[in-house]
Design a protein around this ligand. Structure first.
Ligand code: HOZ
Length: 433
């Protein structure tokens, strides 16, 4: 591949001016607006493999990968063929298809804690519905949420910690009624003591605890040894459901997700865009006895015209079939390790204080000397330094997340050459800040 083309940003700037006239903030999801790093978002024209091309014709090695799902890279031929074939037969029926059964079988085979699954359209829908199901199943209201974990824009989870460790949270966004978050308690990530305290005080009222097993929305923060097992034990001891939000980690850190990696057996699991090959999909699943409380078998209501959409199911089947080759994960691990080591050495070489985390093909460079183990330590990062690094990388043809508090994702399309080029760009970027 020839060096990334640099052609200015006039077309992206013009596109952004136009979009700002008709879309709030010019975007349909806030982080895309570059608010965390400054400057003008690049408008994407197309992508193939690991390369994004913007409207001006600039090419970037992409480590956002649509925020995680594109493990095979952009426009993977197998996924494109499956979606094209499905589209020729109709884009939506609002009636069952055998593709839904096939994708469910693949998900269940890959994630042993899931006996039955329901497909929805996004990770947000998955977590929202899993919480409703947990409340319906247990007949309890209280939800425990972990600080810094993000589960989509679900009202009950847009919540800031209360004044004490075991007090109920307060809304973190206008428009979320206090009545909704008043049944949510927020605890610190990686602190079993915090979880124990909440269960000790509210144990018989707790419907569920929801957590990202590897935090991916405050940068990438791995769980401390025994933390996730400890949360599961607490849930079991108090009759609460243990919900793992594997929207980012499912089929990413291994075919069995984080639960496969750490040997966990949650009651419910939320999955997202990965199982739709990058198309709009979410899913939640778990023990049959719990899932059967969903309508039409049970009383807990959940529905959607686009749920199990044929295009998304076709993409998901192609994706999971391709990921079924264990070689994929060995390959991803080797490439990701090379990149992470290269970035760490580049930062050290330039004398920039950073703390690096990685689990499989998701990773983060925190602009702090660390350690980063939870939301409080993540917030210590020098976000302005990250912004300078981000822009220097962009200029060098590398597209990172426009926020310090997101992960970098490696795909099978990131060749050795692209990784080497990324490390060279990082050396220059660290030196320049
Ligand atoms: N917060 C989302 C990623 N963790 C943003 C998704 C998007 O903007 O597409």
């Amino acid at each position: 591949m020839s060096p990334p083309k640099r052609r200015g940003t006039a077309k992206s700037e013009e596109a952004y001016r136009s979009s700002c006239r008709v879309l709030p903030g010019g975007v349909n999801s806030p982080v895309r607006a570059f608010g965390g790093v400054g400057g003008t978002p690049r408008f994407i024209e197309k992508a193939k493999g690991a390369i994004l091309t913007d409207l001006d014709g600039n090419e970037y090695i992409d480590y956002v990968g649509s925020w995680g799902p594109l493990i095979l890279g952009h426009a993977d031929d197998r996924v494109v063929a499956a979606v094209s074939k499905a589209l020729c037969h109709g884009s939506s029926f609002g009636a069952p298809t055998v593709r839904e059964t096939r994708l469910a079988e693949l998900v269940i085979a890959g994630v042993p804690s899931i006996e039955k699954v329901r497909f929805v359209n996004s990770g947000t829908e998955a977590t929202m519905s899993a919480i409703r199901l947990a409340r319906g199943y247990t007949g309890r209201d209280v939800v425990i949420k972990v600080e810094g974990c993000y589960h989509g824009h679900v009202d009950a989870l847009l919540v800031s910690a209360g004044s004490g460790a075991t007090t109920f949270g307060t809304p973190s966004s206008p428009g979320v009624p206090e009545g909704v978050t008043s049944a949510t308690v927020v605890i610190r990530f990686n602190s079993l003591d915090a979880a124990r305290a909440v269960f000790a005080e509210h144990g018989d009222r707790i419907a569920c605890l929801v957590v990202e097993p590897i935090a991916g929305n405050m940068g990438c923060i791995p769980p401390a040894d025994g933390y996730l097992q400890g949360l599961g034990d607490l849930c079991r001891a108090h009759g609460a459901l243990y919900i793992l939000d594997e929207v980012m980690t499912g089929f990413r850190v291994g075919y069995g997700g984080a639960q496969g990696l750490y040997g966990l057996r949650p009651d419910l699991t939320c999955l997202g865009k990965i199982i739709g090959g990058g198309l709009p999909v979410g899913a939640f699943g778990g023990r049959a006895e719990i899932m059967d409380r969903l309508s039409p078998l049970g009383p807990v209501y959940q529905a959607g015209t686009l749920s199990g959409n044929p295009l998304a199911m076709a993409a998901g089947i192609a994706m999971l079939e391709a990921l079924g080759d264990p070689g994929v994960y060995n390959d991803l691990e080797a490439r990701s390790a090379r990149l992470a080591e290269g970035l760490e050495q580049a930062a050290r070489g330039a004398g920039v204080p950073t703390f690096h985390t990685r689990v499989g093909s998701m990773m983060c460079t925190f602009f702090t000397d660390g350690p980063v183990t939870d939301y409080t330590s993540a917030k210590r990062c020098d976000t302005e330094a990250y912004g300078r690094f981000f822009h220097s990388m962009l200029e060098g043809g590398v597209y990172l997340a426009p926020s310090q508090f997101e992960c970098a994702f490696v795909s099978t399309a990131h060749t050795d050459e692209l990784i080497a080029r990324t490390i060279e760009a990082a050396k220059e970027a660290f030196a320049s800040i």
